[in-house]
Design a protein around this ligand. Structure first.
Ligand SMILES: Nc1ncnc2c1ncn2[C@@H]1O[C@H](COP(=O)(O)OP(=O)(O)O)[C@@H](O)[C@H]1O
Ligand SMILES: [Mg+2]
Length: 519
């Protein structure tokens, strides 16, 4: 699990060390040494963070770093508080007291200084331990490549009769694909993980691909960089036409691959799906291979990040996928939960509980399918269903049947830069279903010290940017806007919130006491 809490503390401490240098006086040297160690630990952590699987020893080490980081923060706070009270306390009175209380001041300083000494030794020891445990292991993991990182995102193809509520979107896309527009156009579908982007695109693509001269489907999150992506695309184009793939494809460089694709696509009417695009850079690296040949070619792109869709440029239509409506969500839940039963309908006595369980999924198909599947394996008794309903939060983090929901939702969380992780986790402290006010949230983030200063911008402006980023990444949903379309209130998807809370509790970042069950 990514370790935002530690990264954040390290960052904050470094800032204190820089900004309060004048107050640190004789402790500067010691703190500088601690800082150096912290920096080396941080780069190790960042490496570790990129890797999904971590061995137990590395996990233990991360926990130790976290403890030491909290300890350092306490001592530095104590030290600064002591210094500020002495020199700035109550003006002249404070200064005089500072001088008059010299023996007391000396004792305090001595105590803090010896704490710092001990801490320095501890930090050093923890830092050394990282060298003993982990670097090789972690580098090994990275070599296995980004392609493995997102296996949680492999598309799961559902039977046609298992799908619900897709008519309107399917229709809209078919019209776009078949319209007369000769220019190459792009359709971007945006929405959080598990919302049904891949499912929708699969359905439409399978229907129309043969109306085009050539077609390719690329799961972008499964490919490792633009070179590999271009190679997969070439392979796919050639294989559908049963043309031999050139034997030197593997050794072709980026420019050769681009050239080959342009030459191949230029005279054709093509359709390409780029499923699950995570980064803006990637699009800019590959956009050149799709010639605008006025043959009516089409590109479909799906992403969780609105920034990616917005960066696509001319000829792009953005479609924000919505959660399932209640009736569709209910129909899907019943299909899954009562799969074995005649008529696939819910017995009367279970209905209130079944609806309450379904509500937890908030129209997210991924969650409905998984939770429905979980309920299917349970006895259909009120007592049994009540038990599951009451422990649904626990189930989400621990039940292997819900592992996929967990991993897909956590991918988005893991992909956040650490400063956003903190802001996001903070949103999770608000009780379930509570509309979070933008202004209040921003003030709270600033007060918590989550915002990193930037020249020429106020803290509130930066915080506002953070919020926009979280919204764009589909991590936070807008619930109300004002007349100018500005966010007024927002919320976090309940399941995402549950997972983030479990993570943050594990990382000692925060615990919520909103009366919900403690697992
Ligand atoms: N409209 C739908 N009806 C039934 N099941 C759906 C629907 N949309 C998605 N699903 C199911 O939800 C899960 C996640 O969908 P997927 O398309 O992979 O989401 P995304 O690509 O947005 O992450 C899959 O198991 C899929 O079968
Ligand atoms: Mg997908």
């Amino acid at each position: 699990m990514a370790d935002g809490a530690v990264n954040f503390l390290l960052e904050k401490l470094t800032t204190i060390l820089v900004q309060k240098a004048s107050l640190l006086g004789e402790a500067q040297g010691e703190i500088d040494e601690i800082k150096l160690e912290l920096e080396s630990m941080r780069s190790f952590l960042r490496d570790a963070e990129r890797r999904k699987e971590r061995s137990e020893s590395v996990e233990t080490w991360v926990r130790q770093v976290r403890e030491v980081a909290y300890e350092i923060e306490d001592i530095v706070d104590e030290f600064l508080h002591h210094k500020e009270r002495c020199w700035h306390g109550d003006g002249l009175k404070g200064f005089v007291q500072g001088v008059v209380n010299l023996p007391k001041d000396m004792t305090a300083r001595h105590q803090i200084s010896s704490k710092l000494q001990k801490l320095k030794a501890k930090v050093h020891e923890v830092s050394e331990r990282s060298k003993r445990y982990g670097f090789d292991e972690i580098n090994e993991g990275r070599r296995l490549g980004a392609a493995c990182d997102r296996w949680g995102e492999l598309p799961i193809f559902a039977d046609e009769d298992e799908l619900v509520g897709m008519e309107e979107n399917t229709q809209k896309m078919l019209e776009w694909l078949e319209e007369d527009e000769p220019h190459r156009t792009i359709f971007s579908i945006v929405g959080m993980g598990g919302l049904g982007k891949t499912t929708l695109v699969t359905k439409v693509y399978e229907k129309v691909k043969r109306d085009f001269d050539c077609w390719a489907w690329i799961s972008v999150s499964q490919t490792d960089g633009s070179g590999e992506l271009l190679r997969s695309m070439i392979k796919e184009f050639l294989e559908i036409k049963q043309v031999m793939v050139p034997s030197n494809l593997g050794s072709m460089n980026y420019m050769q691959l681009v050239r080959m694709l342009i030459d191949y696509l230029h005279p054709k009417r093509y359709v390409v799906v780029l499923d699950d695009v995570w980064s803006i850079d990637l699009w800019s690296q590959i956009r050149g291979v799709f010639p605008n040949n006025r043959n009516g070619s089409r590109i479909i792109l799906t992403t969780r990040n609105e920034n990616v869709a917005a960066s696509v440029g001319i000829g792009n239509q953005i479609h924000r996928l919505q959660p399932l409506q209640d009736t569709d969500a209910w129909a899907l839940f019943c299909k899954k939960a009562f799969w074995n039963d005649l008529g696939r309908s819910c017995p009367k006595e279970l209905e209130p509980l079944a609806r309450a369980i379904m509500k937890k999924c908030e129209g997210l198909p991924l969650a409905i399918v998984a939770v429905g599947g979980l309920m299917c394996s349970r006895n259909k008794t009120v007592a049994e269903w009540k038990k599951v309903y009451e422990s649904i939060n626990w189930q989400l983090s621990h039940n292997p049947m819900l592992e996929q929901v967990k991993s897909i939702l956590l991918l988005s969380f893991n992909d956040l830069p650490f400063y956003l992780k903190h802001c996001f986790l903070y949103c999770c402290i608000f009780p379930d279903g509570y509309p979070i006010k933008r202004k209040k949230l921003i003030r709270l983030w600033v007060a918590e010290g989550f915002i990193t200063e930037r020249k020429g911008m106020t803290m509130e402006e930066i915080a506002e940017e953070y919020l926009t980023e979280l919204i764009f990444r589909s991590m936070v949903q807008v619930t109300e806007t004002n007349d100018e379309g500005r966010v007024k209130t927002c919320r976090v998807h309940d399941l995402m919130r549950e997972l983030a809370m479990t993570t943050s509790e594990k990382e000692d970042f925060c615990t919520a006491s909103d009366g919900r069950e403690q697992d």
